[in-house]
Design a protein around this ligand. Structure first.
Ligand SMILES: Cc1cc2nc3c(=O)[nH]c(=O)nc-3n(C[C@H](O)[C@H](O)[C@H](O)COP(=O)(O)OP(=O)(O)OC[C@H]3O[C@@H](n4cnc5c(N)ncnc54)[C@H](O)[C@@H]3O)c2cc1C
Length: 510
């Protein structure tokens, strides 16, 4: 075992695993350190009785059709990970369970979505074309940017891709307004923002459009391997490429020498040297806890403090003792919301008392053999945009989480007309406290930072190149420039690895 590496990666979440694969495949001596005894972070699964529950992956967008399967297909192929993708048949399905009930369901493909929107909102199909044309402009701008390897000719970009720049500082609501979309179409499209409890008056338009367009145009997928299978396969690939992986190793300090990174210290006191450290953990933790205050740029601290934490999750994992159709379920995915208005949903999303909205996912509806024949796996997930468990104490924690889970189950039964309570064979509940403890994120945030207009995808990408930070310190993961989710956190690990390798081979440091 060497005690000196080219690169150390802290955290074996999606971003850390892909960075480990890429760096070690390029021949760099790489060490991946993970505080738990298994890889994956959010991307894990766990077994209870006859059920293997997925910890996080409900919808995998950006997979893309055909044999190539987009960015994820490219990465998995590159690192030798075999997987099968199961397409999810709906692009969007939600039920408004409030004073003005409403249901919307659309299949995959722009035409299918336009048809479904036109059926409830005359004129929506034409307006939707303006939205998809803008998505195409955005994609062309991004393609030009990536062809220019992040150093585009600004005049040519402004001339050839004006909408790319127009979107750079727009919120979702501003983009809707500029495109003059009818109100109901705005409400419908805004439901995509709820995947991450996003406030459309604040979050950046560009990332929202990429995600929404991917859900609508290509659809999302599930995989045959649960997340733990994916994460283990990636860890095995990294090892095959020569990466050392140490589990049960918590990094307690990132060491610096003369202001530059010199290695890490583990919680048991061991020190390992490396001039480059890739953090698969949030800047909040790195600048607030791991880095010597004297080596921490004030600007980075200010930036971390100025950011808004992304959604905190509450999940009920259900192993039911009947086939999903027998219990009355009809769809893979359904959002149940109290209102059709994003502003109202977001207003309610701060506390347990006001927030009873959720997404319901029936895994067997897409992966038929996800559990033994005659059983099914169902997830109920509520997202909070506030510190909804701040008032909970060790004494009342179990009571509060069970009461909240009971409330979600009762509502799902009533709205979907299904029978859950009489068929629970296994039940597991996770709360923001679970995620805070497991991932170490503030308030149990599971989607990094909220992509607010000043802190959106484009500004993070531009800032990543321009801002001065600690020499040798890099980030990868769902808190990064590509924002959160499986595909973005994988891609962030890959891009960071490319940057590290490029700099080591003499490219310009950031
Ligand atoms: C309930 C839920 C549902 C979700 N649904 C979806 C979905 O449907 N589709 C989708 O695309 N995404 C979804 N996501 C988001 C997705 O899971 C995340 O964006 C992604 O997995 C984050 O990866 P990451 O690279 O940021 O690493 P993380 O998962 O944050 O992992 C970080 C790792 O670092 C380790 N670590 C932390 N501190 C230290 C330390 N000091 N020393 C060593 N190791 C450390 C942690 O143990 C962890 O393993 C969901 C997430 C949750 C929780």
């Amino acid at each position: 075992m060497a005690d000196s590496y080219d690169v150390i990666i802290v955290g074996a979440g999606n971003g850390g695993l892909i960075a480990a694969c890429a760096l070690s495949q390029m021949g760099l001596r790489t060490l991946l350190l993970e505080k738990h005894n298994l890889p994956g972070g959010c991307a894990a699964s766990f077994v209870r009785g006859r059920f293997e529950f997925e910890a996080s992956l409900h919808n995998l967008p950006y997979v893309g059709p055909g044999a190539e399967n987009g960015d994820i297909g490219m990465l998995f192929k590159r690192f030798g990970v075999e997987r099968k993708f199961y397409p999810i048949p709906e692009s969007l399905h939600f039920i408004v369970d409030g004073p003005e009930p409403f249901e919307f369901k659309a299949g995959v493909g722009r035409e299918a979505f336009a048809r479904a929107a036109e059926a409830v909102c005359p004129g929506a199909a034409e307006a939707f074309e303006r939205f998809t044309a803008m998505c195409d402009d955005l994609n062309r701008g991004l393609a030009a940017l990536s062809a220019a390897r992040g150093r585009p000719d600004p005049d040519a970009m402004a001339r050839e891709h004006p909408n790319y720049y127009r979107l750079a500082s727009s919120t979702v609501d501003e983009m809707f307004e500029a495109l003059e979309l009818p109100e109901l179409l705005r409400d419908i499209l805004s439901v995509f923002a709820l995947y991450q409890c996003g406030d459309t008056s604040k979050i950046d338009a560009a990332r929202f459009m990429l995600m929404t367009d991917s859900f609508i145009t290509e659809g999302a997928s599930q995989t045959d391997l649960r997340s733990f299978g994916l994460s283990t396969a990636l860890a095995n690939s990294a090892r095959r490429f020569g990466c050392d992986i140490w589990y049960n190793c918590e990094v307690s300090k990132i060491c610096t020498d003369g202001g530059a990174v010199s290695g890490v210290q583990l919680s048991d006191g061991r020190k390992i040297c490396a001039k480059r450290v890739v953090c698969n953990i949030m800047p909040h933790l790195v600048y607030g806890r791991l880095l010597d205050p004297a080596a921490t740029p004030v600007m980075e601290l200010k930036k971390a403090n100025a950011r808004t934490l992304g959604a905190r999750a509450f999940c009920v994992f259900l192993g039911l003792d009947r086939d999903w159709r027998e219990l009355g379920f009809r769809d893979y995915a359904t959002f149940i919301n109290s209102s059709i208005k994003n502003a109202e949903i977001i207003r309610n999303g701060g506390s347990r008392e006001s927030n009873g909205d959720m997404s319901v996912n029936v895994l067997n509806a897409v992966v038929p053999d996800a559990s033994p024949a005659g059983t099914c796996i169902v997830y109920l997930t509520a997202m909070f945009n506030g510190d909804a468990f701040a008032d909970v104490t060790p004494d009342n924690y179990t009571e509060i989480k069970e009461a909240y889970a009971e409330r979600l189950i009762a509502r799902a039964e009533r709205v979907l007309g299904v029978d859950i309570r009489n068929h629970i064979e296994e039940i597991v509940i996770s709360t923001p406290v679970t995620y805070a403890r497991y991932l170490g994120t503030p308030q149990g945030a599971v989607f990094g930072y909220s992509p607010e207009d000043w802190d959106g995808m484009m500004s993070r990408n531009m800032g990543e190149q321009a801002e001065k930070t600690v020499p040798g310190l890099y980030f990868a993961g769902g808190h990064g420039a590509r924002l959160s989710g499986f595909s973005p956190s994988y891609m962030s690990g890959f891009m960071t690895a490319m940057r590290v390798a490029g700099e080591m081979r003499g490219g310009a440091p950031a």
